[in-house]
Design a protein around this ligand. Structure first.
Ligand SMILES: *Cc1c(COP(=O)(O)O)cnc(C)c1O
Length: 248
């Protein structure tokens, strides 16, 4: 991701308030540019690699959901925060190995990287054991990049149908990551493919709540909003550049 997309390193609650307001302002402007109501776009702060002490400042500034790509890091933050911030939501946004489904079932509210029936069935069993439910996004590989997770768009209908009997999973929409490029046309093509896939699934009778498009990160969320995003996952635009590159 380009460094221009990152905010200056935020170190106080005031910095976080400023950065959050700046991102919301950009969200509003992007929505307005295509005549969309900005309240239909949710900002999901991506908090991976950000230590708990800095997160407390961000939470004081209004961060209400933690987006994490590694489930163990997310679980550790949940343990740290659950007493102080019982209403904080947890979104696991990165790919998940089946053997870690049990952790997601314990605490996550939403999971953005569902990419197989096997994983869905394992989540179902683990959620039953915890007596919990989980909102899920089916991740679609819209860029053709092999490093990106997700199923092919053509496989989404079959996976959605297969998970419908799994009553602990609430399928709410689709998620994607665009190619890591400055080529705007290629980024837009990814987002359009995701939106087109959602519309096809809706026309074919997807559940009523299957309406969400989780797409757009710090470097491309404005394009994503113009192409229909309802959830943008923004890390560096709020927290500043990450020191260490992460895979996802
Ligand atoms: C890290 C990450 C993001 C956010 O990336 P930023 O460049 O920090 O905005 C969004 N989605 C996923 C799946 C990620 O892993």
């Amino acid at each position: 991701m380009t460094s221009q997309a990152a905010a200056a390193h935020a170190a106080t609650t005031e910095d976080f308030s400023h950065n959050l307001a700046a991102v919301r302002q950009r969200i509003n402007a992007a929505a307005a540019s295509v005549g969309r109501d900005p309240s239909t776009v949710r900002l999901l702060p991506v908090t991976k690699t950000i230590p708990a002490e800095r997160l407390r400042l961000a939470i004081a500034a209004g961060v209400d959901t933690l987006g994490e790509n590694k489930v163990q890091e997310a679980l550790a933050k949940h343990e740290e925060f659950k007493a102080d911030y019982p209403h904080l939501r947890y979104a696991v946004i990165g790919p998940l190995q089946t053997n870690k489904a049990k952790f997601v079932a314990q605490f996550a509210d939403e999971f953005h990287a569902l990419d197989s029936l096997k994983l869905a069935e394992t989540l179902q069993r683990r959620l039953e054991a915890e007596d919990r439910r989980l909102e899920v996004f089916i991740q679609v590989n819209t860029s053709g990049e092999e490093s990106k997770s997700g199923i092919q768009a053509s496989e989404a209908a079959a996976l959605l149908e297969a998970i419908e009997p799994l009553d602990r999973l609430i399928p709410v929409g689709l998620m994607t990551m665009a190619a890591n490029t400055t080529d705007e046309a290629s980024i837009r093509a990814s987002f359009r493919l995701l939106r087109g896939t959602l519309e096809e699934l809706q026309a074919a009778g997807a559940p009523a709540q299957f309406t969400q498009l989780s797409m757009g990160m710090s470097g491309d969320f404005e394009l994503a909003i113009q192409e229909g995003a309802t959830v943008v996952r923004v890390g560096q635009g709020i927290f500043g550049a990450r020191q260490y590159p992460t895979t996802a």
